[in-house]
Design a protein around this ligand. Structure first.
Ligand code: AMP
Ligand code: MG
Length: 405
């Protein structure tokens, strides 16, 4: 039995970022950029007004108010035709090109337009006011975005603004999911006596999608060594394989034997956590294998603690974004530990005013999947601690969005 930190280190030490692929911009969302992108344009592309108002030569505004003839109107998307001479102004709008000779914009709130085609400027401005010079934000050839950047909405917008409709990103792992158990049936089958629905398949697939990877649902495998060996063999074209069940010490727990028959290198089989102690991790040729516990709650905890960070690392996420955050939060009810194992107590993490709170769920039976509904965190009770009292701060693994109350 090894501590969770050691298990996580062994897992992440076995994972490298996968290959690179070129995808269209929308498919790049939540992926990690695998190439540096240099700007093909100046930002902005021209000396540009950032307000609605009047383009002027600031030196003409020595004595205020001053009335200037309006020589032209320049809307965004039009090209100025009239370079500003001394004592002239052009009507201009946000995003429009500054006319030659102008060095500032007076916002329209500080002007009065007169019926005779002139404008009275009521407030002077410094040179450069309310405009941005060509290339002030970024110049052609400058680095626009580094490799390793996680692409979210702003980054997609930035890449589109330099005309990129395709980008190189790290590949998403294909994650094969199989469930072991003679008692299991897939969704859509009528339940016979003694049967339950293979809920781990669906919960794991949803988790895989949330983490950004591609699930491959392989269904239920019978609890015997030949079936298991065949199912694992058929899954070997995936990047990762997740099985659930069959990793304890019962007579029907055959995952270990099947892996050994296939020549797998087993790195660990038990982790000092509750729930989730039986967790087999192995390397099988190029494929990384997790034998998660069958108990639905243990299975998900095992995923959150060891599979999620591996998926993120394989997708090129930087180290700082591979793991779920662990945050200190105040307990609103006691949290109980198991003494010899680090205990993950499911519950709800929320923020009220400036304080984070954590409300543990009352039942912690690892088979009670129903009780996992709506949780977004796990309070971590350290090894050797029987109970952490209400009002005391506890470390909480945040696996979902923190509520604001
Ligand atoms: P095991 O780890 O195979 O001993 O399974 C432990 C418990 O989890 C048993 O009660 C199983 O019936 C249940 N279980 C195993 N696999 C699944 C699954 N895929 N979906 C739902 N429950 C499961
Ligand atoms: Mg089983």
């Amino acid at each position: 039995m090894i501590p969770i930190e050691e298990a996580q280190a062994l897992v992440l030490g076995s994972i490298k970022p996968l290959g690179i692929e070129r995808v269209d911009l929308f498919s790049a969302l939540y992926r990690v950029l695998a190439e540096p992108v240099f700007s093909s344009l100046d930002f902005p592309r021209w000396n540009s007004s950032v307000m609605d108002g009047y383009a002027v030569r600031s030196e003409d505004l020595g004595v205020i108010p001053v009335t200037l003839p309006i020589v032209e109107e320049i809307a965004a998307g039009t090209i100025p035709q009239h370079p500003l001479g001394m004592g002239e102004a052009s009507r201009i709008f946000t995003g429009a090109m500054m006319p030659e000779g102008a060095d500032a914009v007076v916002i329209q709130e500080n002007t009065t337009a007169n019926p005779d085609g002139t404008v009275s400027i009521l407030k002077s401005v410094n040179s450069g006011a309310n405009m941005v010079s060509k290339g002030a934000h970024l110049r052609t050839g400058d680095l626009l975005m580094s490799a390793g950047t996680v692409l979210r909405a702003p980054e997609i917008g930035i890449l589109s603004s330099v005309g990129r409709s395709f980008v190189s990103v790290y590949r998403r792992p294909v994650v094969a999911i199989l469930s072991t158990g003679n008692e299991l049936v897939s969704l859509g089958h009528e339940l016979q006596p003694g049967q339950i629905i293979d809920s781990n398949q669906y919960a794991l697939a949803a988790q895989v999608i949330e983490a950004g990877a591609v699930p491959r649902l392989l269904g239920v495998v019978k609890d015997d060594i030949p079936s298991l060996t065949q199912a694992i063999t058929e899954a070997l074209d995936a990047d990762f394989i997740l099985s659930s069940g069959g990793v304890s010490v019962g007579d029907y727990d055959h995952v270990k034997t099947a892996l050994q028959n296939l020549g797998a290198q087993i790195l660990f089989q038990k982790v000092r956590v509750k729930p989730g102690k039986p967790l087999t991790f192995a390397l099988l040729n190029q494929v990384v294998y997790w034998g998660l516990p069958g108990n639905p709650v243990s299975c998900l905890v095992g995923f959150w603690l060891t599979v999620y960070p591996a998926i993120r690392k394989s997708m090129g996420y930087p180290e700082s974004l591979q793991n779920f955050p662990v945050l200190p939060a105040r307990l609103t009810a006691p949290a109980e530990g198991t003494g010899d194992r680090e205990t993950y107590v499911r519950g709800v993490l929320y923020q009220q005013e400036e304080q984070l709170y954590f409300t543990p769920r009352s039942s912690h039976a690892s088979g009670n999947l129903v009780n996992l509904q709506g949780i977004n965190g796990f309070g971590i009770v350290p090894v050797g601690t029987e109970k952490v009292e209400r009002g005391v701060d506890i470390r909480v693994l945040q696996v979902g969005t923190v509520q604001v109350r």
